[in-house]
Design a protein around this ligand. Structure first.
Ligand code: NDP
Ligand code: 2IT
Length: 445
């Protein structure tokens, strides 16, 4: 007889044929869970534990019409996948990118279940977004889109039911417009979104949290393996929220980040990326990375991809899914990389991840290493609930503690199942255990 895990993987593929990213995420998690399921396969099968895990509680798809500055009407598709409320209200970002489709949102929502569990905070898993492309749009066009998007989404979310946040293409500007529209339509000033501006309920350190958290967990992992992060050369992909603050914290910890990238090209700055210049280009002016050489004439700009060809000790993919291929992994290994930690969600292909692990590279999957963002969103929710706000140092200290604890939690889980050093298995098992416990106690719902 086929194993229960294989049976469920096969069904997921058959029932969701055009969702390759979702298959990839499910396969990775369920493969890790094999030893957990094997301990009690008959009960798992009887209770359809895995079917309940891989089927979202609810998925919402809606029309988003909006009017551009020239008077032309556009129609985009909006999504919110409310995947699991086992341990808390749905929580997860909103991605605005032309590549968005249901399968992408489902893979992200599925990952979010385990990530949120690993933070130790009471937050369930969800994700949403749209195939809208904010690039090249005026502020008014972005506002028109965000208002239309929220006019439908507001029916399904709330501070105690589902709390969206940022992701690719959704930053402070978009969250502001969405919050304003939610407040107007629902008549509620509540913590329904995280990543809010500081003047209306946002948390200090949320902007920095994903990148900072990534470096905190890398620092701890390296320390536990006898390495010091100070003095290390770091390569980073992406030039958005996660990448910028990963580069910043790497510098603060005495390491040197020498690359960044956007979807057109990449920068190599052997003296270390100038993070102030990067912020001005990307956060303030919303320009392309071609501008970087104006600030740093000694740096190099190349079109296309190529960040992973630069020799480094630590590689931090912070752009998007499947951006680090098997070929890239081979290059990194040949160049002596010590650690690869994911700032993005699922940036390594399955083949790349397997190669890194087989060659003794310390490899942290995104659901562990980028959990600092959503963890700090959880801290923003706490501050909103008590109608207070905490200092930067208070939030940052909690973030650091969460990331250090998270590392030991996944390390311990891997050891318990004889998979020492396999942080993919450790993260999937540890993330699952809390969710499973909650599901077991709440009955078949
Ligand atoms: P941003 O929109 O701020 O930045 C994304 C960056 O990645 C940009 O430089 C963008 O380049 C590049 N990029 C995006 N898509 C592609 C693509 N298809 N091909 C090449 N480059 C691409 O997003 P974030 O920094 O917030 O998110 C980056 C990753 O981190 C995502 O995987 C996200 O899910 C994950 N993440 C984000 C968290 C957060 O708190 N923001 C928390 C945890 C994970 P360009 O501008 O040219 O498109
Ligand atoms: O992928 C992620 O964890 C995020 N985009 C952040 C989600 C959140 O709710 O802060």
């Amino acid at each position: 007889m086929m194993s229960y895990v294989d049976e469920v993987i096969e069904r997921v593929i058959k029932e969701n044929p055009s969702e390759p990213e979702f298959h990839q995420a499910v396969r990775e998690v369920l493969n890790s869970l094999r030893p957990v399921v094997a301990e009690n396969e008959a009960a798992f099968r009887r209770d359809a534990v895995l079917e309940r895990l891989v089927n979202p509680e609810r998925q919402i798809k809606f029309r988003v019409p909006w009017i551009d500055d020239a008077g032309q009407v556009h129609v985009n598709t909006g999504y919110r996948v409310q995947f699991s409320s086992a341990i808390g209200p749905y929580k997860g970002g909103l991605r605005l990118h032309p590549s968005v489709n249901l399968g992408i949102i489902k893979f992200l929502g599925f990952e979010q279940i385990f990530k949120n569990s690993l933070t130790g905070l009471p937050i369930g898993g969800g994700k949403g977004g749209s195939d809208f492309d904010p690039k090249g749009k005026s502020d008014r066009e972005v506002m028109a889109f965000c208002q239309s998007f929220m006019s439908e989404l507001c029916k399904y979310i709330g501070a105690d039911t589902d709390i969206p946040a940022g992701d690719i293409g959704t930053g402070a500007r978009e969250i502001g417009y969405m919050f304003g529209e939610y407040k107007k339509l629902r008549g509620l000033f509540e913590g329904v979104l995280t990543g809010k501006g500081l003047s209306y309920g946002g948390s200090l350190a949320r902007t920095e949290a994903t990148g900072y958290g990534l470096l905190y967990i890398v620092e701890e992992m390296l320390k536990c393996h006898g390495h010091d992060i100070a003095g290390k050369t770091v390569t980073v992909s992406g030039a958005g929220n996660v990448a910028i603050y990963a580069i910043e914290k790497a510098g603060q910890l005495g390491a040197k980040a020498v690359t960044c990238s956007d979807s057109d090209g990449w920068v190599y700055d052997p003296d270390g990326i100038d993070v102030q210049a990067l912020k001005e280009i990307k956060e303030k002016n919303r320009q392309r990375l071609t501008e970087y050489r104006k600030y740093r004439p000694q740096s190099e700009y190349r079109e296309g991809r190529g960040v992973w060809s630069v020799p480094c000790d630590i590689a931090l993919p912070c752009a998007t899914q499947n951006e680090l291929t098997a070929e890239d992994a081979k290059t990194l290994i040949a160049n002596g990389v010590i650690a690869v930690a994911e700032g993005a969600n699922m940036p390594a292909t399955s083949e790349a991840a397997a190669l890194l692990q087989a060659n003794g590279v310390l490899y942290l999957p995104g659901k562990a290493s980028n959990a600092g963002g959503v963890a700090t969103s959880g801290l923003e929710m706490s501050q909103n609930s008590e109608r207070l706000h905490w200092s930067f140092d208070e939030v940052d200290a909690q973030l650091r503690t969460i990331m250090v604890d998270l590392y030991h939690h996944i390390d311990d889980a891997a050891k318990r199942y004889g998979r020492e050093g396999n942080y993919v298995d450790g993260a999937n098992i540890a993330g699952f255990e809390k969710v499973f416990d909650a599901m077991s106690m709440q009955g078949i719902v």
